[in-house]
Design a protein around this ligand. Structure first.
Ligand code: NAP
Ligand code: G4F
Length: 336
């Protein structure tokens, strides 16, 4: 039975990837940070019943703690390591640059060192990001497009990208970068713009909220579905040779278009509810991302399945269910 180890297991992608690896018959270990509150909501359905999923184990660890990563890797001797753990919020990386670099850049290096010094070095997947293209020098972006990162997060990811390439070339590690463009889902963190919009719009529809405050509506992103993208991660590690791949839909839309699509779906006029709050502007913005995933299509035989419209409806429907529950609780409390 193949052994997979996933950092960032409690995050959006971690939860979809673990589902995929379990489906494929892997024994899976997830590295989880210690927290003072529960943060396993995205994977509770996978590990709460150990009889149903005896092949998922969670261990405590942190990308800032190299000795802990070495111990975990040496004990488990995984076949495949997926490094999804990160301080993944671009705006927050301006507030916490040192922590972001420690986790997202040095954390990758710590993991690569732990793998290199293991008796049986695992195949390695690095969660690289389209944020590395930043002030993009060409459109669409491919594996050959030079990087121009625009945030501490983007710089940290560019560092990890090159360390991954260098460990492949210097030590012969089977190490791959997935350069993933934005991917969303009902499990997306609520402070990323898509989920912020679907949460707010559904609450507005049910009278639970009056306004939605956003930053730059002109930024354009290539948005896909997270469930599709984790399949590309897995495929990269099943190839004969390690390599780097762009994973994207090839379609780009502005934040304004995403807002309109969601509000239209709910039969609401977005202009009545959306206001601009400069707090959400970034010191340097990434204006326009659009990926060319031709290489992934050709070599991995991967393509996205969920369309933009389907993604919007999937997220809005899921958040409507949450808003309905919130409304019931509110009415119950008001009746007391
Ligand atoms: P996410 O939902 O924010 O999940 C991040 C995960 O990393 C969480 O499990 C988090 O744990 C964990 N983590 C944070 N700091 C850590 C640390 N110091 N040590 C160990 N774990 C830590 O992010 P995502 O959307 O799933 O993204 C997965 C990866 O892909 C990230 O590396 C992200 O940068 C990258 N990426 C994402 C996208 C996208 O559009 N989603 C695109 C390109 C690349 P807690 O639950 O404890 O916070
Ligand atoms: O949803 P976002 O915060 O995602 P961003 O910055 O593109 O980063 C995400 O995708 C990257 C891949 O390219 C990942 F590597 C990264 O980990 C993360 O998953 O913001 C998208 C756009 C930005 O241009 C931002 O300025 O939306 C704009 N925006 C406008 N108003 C807002 C808001 N973003 C957020 N988070 N909140 C707002 O109120």
């Amino acid at each position: 039975m193949k052994k997979g180890l996933v950092t960032g297991v409690t995050g959006q992608d971690g939860s979809y990837l673990v589902e995929l690896l379990l489906e494929k018959g892997y024994q899976v270990w997830g590295i989880m940070r210690r927290s003072s509150s529960f943060h396993t909501g995205r994977i509770d359905h996978l590990y709460k019943d150990p009889h149903e999923h005896p092949r998922l184990r969670l261990v405590y660890g942190d990308l800032t703690d190299g000795s802990n990563l070495s111990i975990i890797i040496n004990e488990i001797e995984p076949d495949e390591v997926y490094n999804l753990g990160a301080q993944s919020h671009v705006r927050v990386s301006f507030d916490m640059p040192i922590y972001t670099v420690d986790t997202d850049a040095l954390g990758t290096l710590r993991l690569l060192e732990a793998i290199r010094s293991c008796n049986k070095p695992a195949k390695f997947y690095q969660a690289s990001s389209s944020e590395m293209y930043g002030k993009a020098v060409e459109t669409p972006q491919t594996e050959k497009t030079p990087f121009y990162p625009r945030s501490p997060y983007g710089c940290a990811k560019a560092y990890s990208f090159w360390q991954t390439v260098n460990y492949r070339e210097a030590y012969g590690l089977f190490a791959c970068n997935g350069i993933l463009f934005n991917h969303e889902s009902p499990r997306r963190g609520e402070t990323f713009v898509t989920r912020k919009i679907t949460r707010a719009a559904t609450r507005i529809k049910l009278g639970l909220q009056d306004k939605l405050y956003l930053g730059n509506l002109d930024a354009k992103r290539d948005w896909g579905f997270a469930g599709d993208y984790v399949e590309a991660m897995w495929l990269m590690l099943q190839q004969d040779k390690p390599d780097d791949y762009v994973v994207a839909t090839g379609e780009s839309r502005s934040v304004r278009e995403f807002v309109k699509e969601v509000f239209d779906y709910l039969d609401l006029d977005w202009q009545k509810y959306v206001e601009i709050d400069p707090r959400y502007f970034r010191p340097t913005e990434v204006d326009y991302l659009e990926g060319d995933a031709s290489k992934a299509r050709k070599v991995l035989k991967w393509k996205p399945k969920v369309t933009f419209g389907e993604l919007v409806r999937m997220m809005t429907d899921a958040d409507m269910k949450i808003a309905e529950q919130e409304k019931i609780i509110k009415e119950h409390e008001e009746a007391k």
